[in-house]
Design a protein around this ligand. Structure first.
Ligand code: ATP
Length: 212
């Protein structure tokens, strides 16, 4: 059994950036978004199940999942969405736990999950760490990173848990509002590094004293 820190935050808040800083301290991570893709990879039993349920048009000519079509099918169809969640969530959960257990030896590990709180994955972790930024910064950083419209970003923000609710559920909070100009290539906001360093010490301590 390992000490798991759940790393969450809204779209464009800086989860990947923060995870990279922990990684530089020797702390490995599992990314829930990557796991969610792996469980429906080409040839997987879960992909077969989904195709069985929604029909063969869900497969691309390359035999991979047609994600845009799936998104379209569950959009405005709560029953379809519910069925999909009912097969996806347990599979993702199982695979995440397996990957967390198989990470290289480390005093504690990270689970990066944008929807940690929304999908109640916080039951799997010992500690909830929230990367916090204002909605204004969320919008501008996501817009400059992805080729999407402001409306699309707003819609995603609206679909996620609200900032106050997220903060209320946090054990620890990283403030990533301070703007950095050299964020690429492993750089990070100068204010981020000391916050990560301080949390690292706390987690080392908590992991050591955890009764496992
Ligand atoms: P998502 O959930 O959308 O994948 P995320 O929470 O992992 O996002 P990042 O990808 O780490 O967020 O950061 C979003 C964007 O903002 C990236 O382009 C990143 O380089 C940039 N960024 C992160 N922190 C800062 C900062 N302090 N100053 C300026 N830019 C930042």
């Amino acid at each position: 059994k390992r000490f798991i820190v759940g790393l969450t935050g809204g779209i464009g808040s800086g989860k990947s950036t923060v995870a990279r800083l922990f990684n530089q301290l020797g702390i490995p991570a599992v990314d829930a978004d990557i796991v969610a893709r792996e469980v429906v990879a080409k040839g997987s039993p879960l992909l077969a199940k989904i195709v069985d349920h929604f029909g063969p048009q869900l497969l691309t000519p390359q035999q991979t999942l047609n994600r845009p079509l799936l998104r379209q099918l569950i959009f405005n169809d709560p029953a379809a969405k519910q069925w999909l969640d009912s097969v996806m969530h347990p599979a993702i959960r199982t695979e995440m736990l397996q990957q967390l257990a198989n990470l290289p030896p480390a005093p504690y590990v990270l689970l990066i999950a944008p929807l940690l709180l929304e999908n109640k994955l916080d039951t799997l972790v010992n500690r909830v760490l929230v990367v916090d930024i204002s909605e204004r910064n969320q919008l501008s950083r996501t817009l400059s990173r992805d080729g999407v419209s402001a409306q699309q970003v707003q819609a995603i923000i609206a679909s996620q848990i609200s900032r106050p609710e997220r903060l209320a559920l946090a054990d620890d909070i990283i403030d990533n509002n301070s703007e950095s100009t050299d964020i690429t290539n492993g750089g990070a906001a100068a204010t981020l590094q000391p916050q990560v360093q301080q949390l690292h010490q706390r987690y080392l301590d908590l992991a050591k004293h955890l009764d496992l």
